[in-house]
Design a protein around this ligand. Sequence first.
Ligand code: HEM
Length: 276
Amino acid sequence: MAYLPGQHRKVLADCGKMQAFIRERVESHRRTLDPQNLRDYIDCFLIRSEKKQTNPEDIYSTEELVQCVFGLCIAGTLNCSDALVFSLMVMAKFLHIQGMLSIAAKVQREIDEVVGANRIPGMDDWVRLPYTNAVIHETQRFEKGSLEGFPRATTCRTEFRGYIIPQSTTVVPMLTTVHYDPLQWETPEKFNPGHFLDEKGQFRKRYAFMPFSAGKRACPGEALARMELFLFFSVLLQNFTLQLVGDFKEKDVKSFHMQYKMKSACLQMQAIRRSK
Ligand code: HEM
């Protein structure tokens, strides 16, 4: 890929810059490492890498550390901001529904009643805002074209639904297929916060909800990501009403989401301050 022309060259160059920066940080951590006072992930990794490595597959090398920190930076920022932007776009899209309170207005009503206008929502409000929570979950379920799961590899020859997958084959789980499975969801093609609400309007978990994947290699940032999404989404809706601008008004949610992902269109949304 390094020899082909195209935008990926900038991506590769930027990745290289970030990795060089992380390498510098690792070296400065190494110089100031105090085993009695571990400051962060890099320190812990360095301490572990100093232990005698008896297993030939032991991977506590400096390069592995750089790649792990790099992975955390990428995985920990882009996914969350994408999920947040998409949830705001959905709110703007569903701002006006004739003859009924829009989804965004219902979220704002719930936040107004439970949190009010004089303080920002905190994690204690999580259970008290079931509708808001359901809307956030539904945007993650509905978000097509988002991360489809990381490429993984089979550790041994595996039989799956009658297919033989040889050892070391790259496998990419398509999480969207679960999120749009008609056997799991009442209205899979429709944006419906009711998927996450019981008959009393309380939040209900759904086992087919897996934007963070499942199993041993599921997203380690899930708890942090859920907090970030909840806090940012609720404080933004508490203070602003979102509205689409120009062309986007006409487009359906899925098509402008795809355009945003492909960066072929510039997202335009207006945030109008709500009066207190
Ligand atoms: C809405 C936000 C996020 C979504 C939807 C998401 C989703 C995912 C998914 C689907 C995977 C692949 C899991 C698998 O292959 O089974 C993954 C892996 C990962 N995520 Fe997240 N993630 C989010 C936020 C975060 C945050 C905030 C962090 C860190 C602070 C993070 C760190 C990682 C890392 C390090 C991996 C790779 C784990 C491994 O290779 O074992 N993610 N994430």
